[in-house]
Design a binder for this molecule. Structure first.
Ligand code: 6PG
Length: 244
């Protein structure tokens, strides 16, 4: 896998603008080449401005050819303040002309989390056209990173980090005392492109360790994102990149 591409921007606004330009360019290319553009979006706070920008006329996006998935979801109702879907709906879905059927929501509120994960994996495979025994290959996954180096809902020391059979699985996060649903490493690493959006001084030390440390410390979950046939790009603001 080639070295990650690292792009540093003055602030979160410029980072978000650049990410929206890349999304628009990739969507146009992929829709023209394959008739489809498949993307998985993370939750959290960093990507909110990026999602809001995508819904503005400044960015030309072939929405009828776009299919949006979720990287992960908290096991709460879809209208819960902590729901990633709620954030994505308010920032993007309520503003952009994406056909309703083209947003694939993780039903993480379902009591049977295993069934919800399996159903989501089936929907993902069907949409991207994964054959039997193939990992579903998304065109792009947009990821965030926590100060502990987690990404998606793959937190350090949690069981889902070791998942090698399922494309989507539930994950209990002890430090948060909550369950999540998450794309697993085989799915994330099957993507054609992984794009991290990371901003803020609080993440600078973790960014340094994730991108620069070679002392054999246990790999942070974010370091495990290494698409076998894909690329990794880090979009950082100056504050998060300060120690590089
Ligand atoms: C989630 C996200 C998670 C997020 C990081 C960074 O469900 O919380 O998918 O992986 O990307 O926690 O979150 P911030 O952008 O809020 O720092």
């Amino acid at each position: 896998m080639p070295e990650p591409r690292i792009l540093v921007f003055k602030n979160l606004d410029e980072l978000s603008q650049a990410a929206a330009r890349e999304f628009s360019s990739l969507a146009t290319q992929s829709a023209a080449a394959n008739g489809l553009f498949t993307v998985a979006l993370s939750g959290g706070s960093t990507p909110k401005e990026f999602y809001q920008l995508l819904a503005t006329p400044a960015f030309k996006i072939p929405w009828t050819r776009v299919h949006l998935f979720q990287v992960d979801e908290r096991c709460v109702p879809p209208d819960h303040p902590q729901s990633n879907y709620k954030m994505i709906r308010e920032a993007l879905l309520d503003r952009a002309p994406l056909p309703a059927a083209n947003f694939h929501r993780m039903a993480a509120e379902q009591p049977d989390r295993e069934a919800a994960a399996e159903n989501y994996a089936t929907e993902l495979r069907k949409t991207v056209g994964a054959g039997p025994g193939e990992w579903p290959r998304l065109d792009v996954i947009f990821l965030g990173m926590g100060e502990d180096g987690h990404t998606a809902s793959l937190f350090p020391g949690t069981a889902a980090l070791n998942e090698r059979e399922r494309a989507v699985c539930p994950n209990y996060v002890e430090k948060l005392k909550m369950y999540r649903l998450t794309l697993t490493l085989p799915t994330l690493n099957a993507a054609a492109r992984a794009v991290f959006l990371v901003a803020g001084e609080a993440k600078a030390e973790t960014v340094r360790q994730v991108l620069r440390s070679t002392d054999g410390t246990p790999p942070f979950p974010s370091q495990r994102i290494q698409p076998a046939y894909g690329s990794v790009t880090w979009y950082l603001d100056a504050a998060a990149a300060r120690l590089l």
